[in-house]
Write a protein that binds this ligand. Structure first.
Ligand code: NAP
Length: 249
């Protein structure tokens, strides 16, 4: 018995990093997983590897640029067509374009808002439309602790991640009476491609702020996503769970 037996989950930006670990964990708990990513080939490869590693596991990869309305709608529709339903949607795709405002271009600001905030809205809208018909579903938006505290050099990213909290709460109110829950996760410092490029001194400064004195592995975010996806959190909606090792509590 898995926590997500007979459920279908769609995860964006899932070719690698946190999204891939979420897909891996969901699959291990019995879900059929659909991995979307702007790099379609990488999504297909990751899905094939996941399926091969889990006997009987069903994983499908497809290209999906979350900034494109038709591609997000198509990803959710594909999951519904292949598996008959969408029970869990994880809006995870992300990019960074860090710079202080002195150097940040409007294009860098808009690009980050587009991927995180507009992309999550598109995913929430598409999945919500399917879930409301079935009176069941869990939508999980991967925000960031940057959206709670604001980070230097991240006016774009912090704005987008804070916006995702507003989106989560407003959508939770719209969908609650239909049996659809919407929650957010705010990870802190997680070891992925997004953070491995950080300068050593910046990495050390971040570690010094973390009571648990270490970064997290992507699997530690995936465990919280599993909790929100499953019936373990059946009476939770509109919440924001911090996965930060105690940083900025
Ligand atoms: P990652 O390893 O860079 O993975 C992000 C994935 O999203 C990549 O495969 C990326 O593809 C893909 N992507 C980028 N733009 C896309 C688009 N328009 N449509 C679809 N997919 C797109 O990063 P991660 O660390 O796992 O981050 C996952 C999420 O967690 C993000 O929302 C991030 O903001 C959030 N988060 C991460 C941390 C952390 O410390 N790592 C902390 C807080 C929050 P390409 O590689 O081809 O661009």
């Amino acid at each position: 018995m898995g926590l997500l037996d007979d459920r279908t989950a769609v995860i964006t930006g899932a070719a690698q990093g946190i999204g891939l670990e979420i897909a891996r964990r969901f699959l291990a708990e019995g879900a059929r997983v659909v991995l979307g990513d702007i790099n379609g080939e990488a999504a297909e490869k990751s899905a094939a590897e996941l399926a091969a590693a889990h006997a009987g596991g069903v994983a499908l990869g497809a290209r999906c640029d979350v900034t494109a309305e038709d591609e997000v709608d198509a990803l959710v529709r594909r999951a519904e067509q292949e598996f008959g339903t969408v029970d869990v949607m994880v809006n995870n795709a992300g990019i960074t374009r860090d710079a202080t405002m002195r150097k940040m271009t409007l294009a860098d600001f808009r690009a980050v808002l587009d991927v995180h905030l507009v992309g999550s809205w598109l995913g929430t809208r598409a999945a919500g439309a399917v879930m409301r018909e079935r009176k069941r579903g869990s939508i999980i938006n991967i925000s960031s602790i940057s959206g709670k505290v604001g980070m230097l050099g991240q006016t774009n990213y912090s704005s987008a991640k804070a916006g995702m909290v507003g989106l989560t709460k407003a959508a939770a109110k719209e969908l609650a009476y239909l049996g659809v829950r919407v929650n957010a996760i705010q990870p802190g410092l997680i070891r992925t491609a997004m953070t491995e490029a950080l300068r050593e001194d910046i990495w050390a400064a971040k570690l010094a702020e973390i009571p648990m004195a270490r970064a997290a592995e992507p699997a530690e975010v995936a465990g919280v996503a599993l909790f929100l996806a499953s019936e373990l959190s059946s009476y939770m909606t509109g919440t924001v769970l911090e996965v930060t090792g105690g940083r900025y509590m």
